[in-house]
Design a protein. Structure first.
Length: 249
């Protein structure tokens, strides 16, 4: 199989099982909040359960949200958000700056000195339990990338994680964002690098529901250097987001 054929198969596999979309309306955002509640409050118990079944915080008011839906069931099964800096106070710290500010290597890269309207934080990436419950993954919100195949009921797990991250970069590019920060498990950061979603650690590991490392991703660099397999998914995801954005006008 040629690289072009493999790329096409990867994209076809993703599009066969999943549909990605931005969450513009209140009802669409509520779907993301419900997924987050299922994962962060019920499965992981990292946040207190809420009577309305929705996990919401103060950052959602200035965040861009993305959803993945299963084509087979029509259910929303994953979400992620990009937290933008506060428009009224752009120098107010992003969550990762609050959590691990003293541990950041500011001589390497200081988020406080970057144009604040050009940065965002990848946050609340979550995939519902039935799609991430592989060995060792039930205690993480998104699991990790694996190369093994699963059956038609649970197609290749990597597609969900890759699809959400391709959505992140597509949304970031159209909003003129240049640097995306994340606070992740070291294992996830390594997996992202391994599959071509380049991220650079910019601080010491910090205790936050287990050890987490602060990292940065250059939006244009990542998009420009995507390997063919990921590039095919990015192009497809970008087209899906364009279609939803045009239909919302």
């Amino acid at each position: 199989m040629t690289m072009s054929e493999e790329s096409t198969n990867t994209c076809d596999g993703f599009s066969k099982y999943f549909e990605i979309m931005p969450a513009f309306s209140d009802s669409e955002k509520a779907e993301a909040y419900r997924i987050r509640h299922s994962v962060y409050c019920e499965d992981l118990a990292w946040e207190a359960t809420r009577s309305d079944g929705m996990e919401i915080d103060e950052y959602d008011a200035h965040a861009l949200h993305c959803l993945i839906r299963s084509r087979a069931s029509g259910d929303f099964i994953g979400c992620v958000r990009l937290i933008l800096t506060t428009p009224a106070d752009p120098h107010a710290p992003l969550p990762f700056e609050r959590t691990c500010g003293p541990a950041l290597h500011r001589s390497q890269l200081d988020p406080a000195k970057l144009p604040r309207d050009k940065i965002a934080e990848v946050s609340r990436l979550a995939i519902v339990g039935q799609y991430r419950r592989r060995r060792g993954e039930k205690h993480t919100p998104a699991g990790t990338v694996q190369n093994s195949e699963s059956g038609d009921q649970q197609p290749r797990f990597a597609w969900l994680l890759i699809g959400l991250y391709m959505g992140v970069f597509a949304i970031a590019a159209r909003h003129g964002l240049e640097h995306l920060f994340l606070l992740s498990e070291p294992r996830l950061a390594r997996h992202l690098n391994k599959i071509g979603i380049s991220n650079t650690q910019i601080g010491q590991p910090t205790e936050h529901r287990g050890f987490r490392v602060p990292a940065v991703m250059d939006v244009n660099q990542v998009i420009g250097n995507l390997e063919p397999l990921l590039k095919s998914v990015f192009i497809h995801v970008n087209a899906q987001l364009d279609a939803y954005q045009n239909s919302a006008r």
